[in-house]
Design a protein around this ligand. Sequence first.
Ligand code: DAH
Length: 356
Amino acid sequence: MEHPAVEIDMGRNVDVGRIVQEAQSAIAAVSDLDALARLRNSLLGKGSALGMARSSLGKMAEDARRSLGAAIEGARKEIEQSVDQQRKVIEEKARILRIEADRLDLTEWTEAVASQRGHLQLVQRTRDELEDVFVGMGFDVVEGPEVETDWYNFEALNIPPAHPARGMWDTFYLRLGDPETVLLRTHTSPTQIHVMESGELPIYAVMPGRCYRRDTPDSRHLPAFHQIEGLVVDEGISFANLAGTIEDFTGAYFGSGMHSRLRPSYFPFTEPSAEFEVTCAICRGEGCRTCSHTGWIELGGCGMVHPAVFEAVGIDTERWSGFAFGFGIDRCAQMRYQIPDMRVLQENDYRWMRQI
Ligand code: DAH
């Protein structure tokens, strides 16, 4: 816009164009809102060049007054516009600074933390893996209570009161009901009884869970530990089915080249009974200190379900037969991951757990 130079009474030429130009460069140099407000007052207020020019209008001739008045008004509008524009620029800069300050660099966080992401505890993972293997072999997974009565934990399993075999399981009893009638299960075998009692046959089930014994913790024993029980009841089930199932499981869980063998043993709830051993995972059967140079490591017990157990749950032994097995999940994890001392499984030492 062209601005006329106007003569005013102070004997100076008012160069409105220059006033506007100087005002605009001053405005553009301001970077905060308070300073901008102050500058605006000094550019447009009474004491400003424009203000003074405006005060002189009254004394001017009509023509000159009109053209100077219009020029002053035009200049005022331009300066106001520049101030508004600059205000927006300052506000936008402040907004960007605020956003920058609030920004969370999630990329950096993810990269730093991803490598330390948590995982399931080793016993839980082992239990999940065992369940997967058995489910793949056609078994159902069933859970039973950790608090049991003497009947489920012992009597129904052909272990009557005062039977010497009770010494195999040092028991925690609860102060509930008659003395020594309610207890923390010492093995998962009582879940077999619950499953058979439910009456549905045939049965192909595994039963994992926590068990308790009054054992002093050492490198191979924990007073609270985990077992997985297996039970098959069907027509025509033989010892060969038991041996084949254990062998299939060993290969599926521990990997090819790993085998199983059965050795005669005794459990009150099976007849005949056996202990099953699997190829030593450390020496792969060559013989080493861990397996006492036999090449085999004992994992659990098994056998054909004792007729007295079938009788306790009312299953007809003329028609049905079955086998059962049970072994420690913690022991299994110990073997598979070669953990020298089982107690680390319960100590929750983060330095140890994160390596697994
Ligand atoms: N319940 C036995 C224990 O805790 C393990 C066991 C042995 C379970 C033989 C079985 C079995 O089902 O047939 O020592």
